[in-house]
Write a protein that binds this ligand. Structure first.
Ligand SMILES: [Zn+2]
Ligand SMILES: [Zn+2]
Length: 336
């Protein structure tokens, strides 16, 4: 599945089959979400870089969907129940990419109905929370791209020269939301930082790429002073492209942009998203050494720990860039 587009709707028959097995109706928020898209992801309003994968409903309408949805809500619920601390009346509905955290709903013991509160289960602590976030429901609903604003398959997403994948970093997502610049619902929305006087910051990828959002609201996505990390001078057109026509990324401190070979580097993402083979290659050697120094890690176990630990479990982030000319990697450690 291309993660830039949400999966197809869940057939009503598949929803009914699931409800029959559960012996209860799904809460409306989930039912509506499944009716527009069977699975896919949505952001977490409580944690900016977190993304939830909604467990699909098993759909036997064709082989492709059967295969895609084989690991469904029931599958994940069975897995969750293997942990004795997971509530016996819980139904697992989503997990984060590490699988350590899950969202679930519960059956009301008296009525047997499934309540619409969404709770969080954390495998590390074994704890689960009372309603995790009311606004999570809004996030689920927002990720539900209405039929009318499904992304136009004929319209290719703009390519950002200095940004590998804004969907992976989480600043861009599929959404039914309207762009605050062009007023159109394109099926995608940007939700990263934008420095301007006004409050507008939710734009479609096209209004970012062609500079119209930055021009209309007189703002910038990335701090122009941080392009080159204050260490190298770059041509003005490069600084403008990064600050005005390139998405930002979620960071603790004001973001900076690594540069090399008299050009801005390409943002490859937080280190957790960067290809392991690339990080082990020769062009990464200096970067690895510098990162270990800056993060006070030894090059052996410390570095391995960094590769094995998701960013949200660290007190710092590591942003990685690649040179568009010589292939060298660079970046910096972002302390919380
Ligand atoms: Zn737009
Ligand atoms: Zn270079």
């Amino acid at each position: 599945m291309n993660r830039h587009t949400q999966p197809p709707p869940t057939p009503e028959s598949a929803l009914r089959a699931l409800e029959e097995k559960l012996g209860a109706a799904l809460p409306p928020i989930l039912r509506n979400r499944y009716a527009t898209s069977n699975g896919g992801s949505f952001g977490d309003p409580r944690k900016r870089d977190a993304e939830w994968q909604l467990h699909p409903v098993f759909d036997s309408s064709d082989r492709k969907q059967m295969k895609r949805t084989a690991e469904d809500v029931l599958h994940y619920t069975r897995l969750a129940l293997q942990d004795a601390r997971f509530p016996r009346d819980g139904i697992s509905i989503a997990h984060d990419y590490s699988m350590y955290r899950q969202l679930f709903v519960r059956r009301d013991p008296a009525s047997g109905n499934i309540a619409d509160d969404i709770l969080l289960f954390d495998v590390h602590t074994g704890e689960w929370s009372a309603p995790y976030a009311g606004d999570l429901q809004a996030a689920i609903d927002q990720a539900r791209v209405p039929e009318a604003v499904q992304p136009d398959p004929a319209r290719a997403l703009p390519v950002f020269r200095y940004y590998a994948d804004p969907f992976e970093s989480g600043v861009m997502r599929t959404s039914g939301e309207t762009c605050q610049c062009c007023g159109q619902a394109t099926g995608y929305i940007y939700d990263g930082s934008f420095y301007a006087i006004g409050d507008e910051s939710h734009f479609c990828p096209w209004c970012i790429a062609d500079g119209s959002a930055a021009a209309k609201f007189d703002g910038e996505f990335n701090d122009a002073a941080g392009v080159g990390m204050g260490e190298v001078e770059l041509p003005m057109r490069v600084i403008e492209e990064v600050s005005q026509r390139t998405p930002s990324f979620f960071s603790w401190q004001q973001e900076r942009w690594w540069a090399h070979c008299n050009d801005a580097g390409r943002f490859l993402g937080e280190i957790e998203h960067v290809d392991r083979a690339l990080l082990a290659s020769e062009p990464a050697a200096d970067f690895v050494r510098e990162t270990c120094d800056d993060a006070h890690l030894d090059a052996g176990e410390g570095w391995q720990w960094l590769l094995d630990t998701p960013s949200r479990e660290r007190s710092f982030a590591v942003f990685v860039f690649g040179c568009l000319h010589c292939g060298k990697l660079g970046g910096y450690v972002d302390l919380s």
